[in-house]
Design a protein around this ligand. Sequence first.
Ligand SMILES: Cc1cc2nc3c(=O)[nH]c(=O)nc-3n(C[C@H](O)[C@H](O)[C@H](O)COP(=O)(O)OP(=O)(O)OC[C@H]3O[C@@H](n4cnc5c(N)ncnc54)[C@H](O)[C@@H]3O)c2cc1C
Length: 308
Amino acid sequence: MNMNSTKHSLQQLLPHIEIQEAVVLAPYSTFKMGGPAELYITVHEEKDLIAAIQVAHALSLPVRVLGGASNVVISDEGINGLVIRNMCAIKSVMSETSDTVRVHISSGYSMTRLAKETAELGWSGFEHHLGLPGTLGGALYMNSKWVDPDKTYYVGDALVSAQVISPDGQVKQVDKDYFNFGYDYSILQDTRETVISAVYELQKKLPEHLVAAGKKSLAYRRATQPHGVATSGCFFKNVNGKSAGKMIDDAGLKGYRVGGAFVSDVHANFILNDGSATTNDVRELLHNVKEKIKSHYGVELEQEVDII
Ligand SMILES: Cc1cc2nc3c(=O)[nH]c(=O)nc-3n(C[C@H](O)[C@H](O)[C@H](O)COP(=O)(O)OP(=O)(O)OC[C@H]3O[C@@H](n4cnc5c(N)ncnc54)[C@H](O)[C@@H]3O)c2cc1C
């Protein structure tokens, strides 16, 4: 089937969703790089996210779900098949006790909005993630974290269960253990399942304490990370608790540049795009940083950010 007839079939099966062709993805990604999505849709409702994945499977169309596109580098060649921008953002209380509240949250919910709203409501579990770009779904995929000197807070911590859909369109309920969460890891990286929604159990605490905890994380973020720049955050995973950023800094690589891609002067694990970076620039820069760290420390850096 050629792309025109695929688009036509997709449109017939998803009549109320606007299907766009050749949408340049750079503006949607925090790294501000990326070529066109062959086909592109935005979904606002969980049922549409499910239907789009099922229909794409029936048409043998590859699918990539993106939330905030804040943990990926999208290549200049763009993405084949269907890109689904997940903007499903419903939050509703399922049940509560005097100490806890169970909340259903759609996977396209903005993490920073969630952290702010839940802190103000006096529901503890997300407050340390204030300032985390992207969506709940992307954060569960990576088990995104906030590292305090005395404790690391993971987005998976207060998860109870989730609804996920497999690439072949099977929908199932899974509990927290299913995710097999680790540092920068969840099972979704292997199964390629998409989170539709999640159920969290949050602890009731004083809103002013939660709001203050969020503000503390945000202030630390502002003080230690570059902001107002094109980046996808930390590009490398820490190695056995050893900070990748510190190793890159100590190897003298702050400011190191290949074309339009360069290592931040503020935080050495942040790679930035000056607006002109190409995929090759990023690949070469990442390769050279890895080689330098290997020769300095005998350590293989592993990427947190995928080039897709
Ligand atoms: C300035 C900056 C600061 C950051 N700070 C932190 C930080 O403190 N801690 C941290 O851990 N990370 C941090 N990050 C990285 C990033 O923001 C997080 O990993 C974020 O949770 C990614 O969410 P997203 O929606 O943007 O995912 P995307 O980039 O859209 O997607 C990332 C991956 O998840 C998959 N995915 C997206 N949605 C779903 C879904 N619903 N179900 C299953 N898979 C899905 C995508 O296909 C892709 O493979 C930072 C990034 C930036 C730019």
